[in-house]
Ligand binder design. Structure first.
Ligand code: FES
Length: 371
């Protein structure tokens, strides 16, 4: 998984509760044009390789239409006059161009945060792509995403899209009924595969195929940006029993190894994205420590006078390693729930934040700006 980026600010809208939504238990993504911003380079590779081989180059729109299919299938569509020898050379030529390109391709804005948050919730994730197995494996390794996905299927190891095979095989292997999975993609091939497999399909309009063509495929949702995709997914994940408070999102604040039982804490800013007046910075100091094996997070504000507790920075526990203590006048709080255990806090406690620990990281539920 990609290294954690402290302080990231995922664009998470305020979300409705999950009641009444069909539950989603498996999220399957297409790769090119859905997770990775690669449509234009793929179109370039198809057009330039045709020219290299002396074949009539497809228009860019024709090339866009075949993105998402298996490579041989795509080339047959855009170069129907190619001989068997030319087809083989076309495949080799495209693969050589893709191999160079792949090292430069990046995920769309918001995708990394979305994948990390889904993974932290324990939602099984998968990829169904027309690209080759070797190409996908190389890309997953380069992005450090191998452990993110519970399953992957590629166009060259079965029957490519829009056949149902990739999606059905993922559902069978992961033990999820297709009706409880969702296929997310940027092409009508993805929607066709979803329909053939009996799964809802969600279309993203920022990839290869035009919005009108995607709408004609009657997706369960048609979204224009990653934040909208997140907004569509969340209530359905809540309906599936995922532990996510409405109006909040999880953010990783440290790796698990940073927190030792009764040891120093990790400070972080719990302010929601965009908080504060324009041009100002609204901080909400917070911290997390480990107590009785679990991460415990609180706002870093003493109940006596609103100052931060720790001095030196990160030192929250007293000498016993059981109580949190304010360095200013010695108010003492129980680490398990932040309640006052003695001193000038007198019946008032720390403000707790919801935490969870998974995949070697400690996550805190942050309020969204609109929550
Ligand atoms: S400010 Fe914390 S005990 Fe007084």
């Amino acid at each position: 998984m990609a290294p954690m980026r402290p302080g990231r600010e995922p664009a998470v809208p305020s979300l409705p509760a999950g009641a009444g939504q069909a539950a989603i238990e498996l999220v399957v993504f297409d790769w090119d044009g859905t997770l990775i911003d690669s449509t234009a380079p793929i179109v370039d590779a198809l057009c330039l390789t045709a020219t290299d081989l002396g074949l009539p180059p497809p228009s860019r729109e024709q090339a866009r239409q075949v993105v998402g299919l298996g490579l041989a299938q795509a080339i047959r569509h855009i170069a129907p006059s190619a001989s068997g020898e030319q087809l083989a050379a076309f495949i080799d030529g495209c693969r050589a161009r893709f191999a160079v390109l792949n090292d430069e391709l990046r995920p769309f804005a918001g995708i990394v945060d979305l994948l990390e948050d889904l993974h932290a919730l324990g939602v099984p994730l998968a990829v169904a792509t027309g690209m080759s197995r070797s190409g996908l494996d190389r890309a997953l390794a380069r992005l450090n995403w191998v452990s993110l996905f519970a399953g992957t299927r590629c166009g060259d190891e079965g029957i490519p899209k829009p056949d149902a095979w990739m999606l059905r095989d993922l559902c069978d292997t992961l033990g999820v009924a297709p009706s409880r999975a969702v296929m997310i993609g940027d092409t009508t091939h993805d929607l066709g595969m979803a329909a053939a497999a009996g799964a809802p399909g969600v279309a993203v309009s920022y990839g290869a195929h035009r919005r009108e063509a995607l709408a004609a495929g009657q997706p369960a949702a048609l979204v224009d940006e990653v934040a909208q995709l997140r907004a569509w997914l969340w209530p359905r994940l809540v309906a599936a029993g995922r532990d996510l408070p409405p109006g909040s999102h999880w953010r990783a604040v440290c790796v698990s190894a940073d927190l030792k039982e009764g040891g120093d804490g990790v400070r972080f800013d719990a302010a929601p994205p965009g908080a504060g007046a324009p041009g100002t910075t609204a901080r909400r100091p917070a911290f997390v420590v480990r107590h009785e094996g679990l991460p415990r997070a609180y706002l870093n504000e003493c109940a006596h006078v609103p100052v931060e507790l720790d001095w030196p920075a990160g030192r929250f526990f007293d000498h016993s390693g059981l109580y949190l203590v304010c360095a200013t006048h010695g108010a003492t709080y129980r680490a398990a729930d932040g309640s006052c255990a003695g001193g000038p806090c007198r019946g008032r406690g720390l403000t707790p934040l919801k935490t969870r620990e998974s995949n070697g990281r400690v996550w805190v539920a942050f309020e969204t700006r609109d929550a």
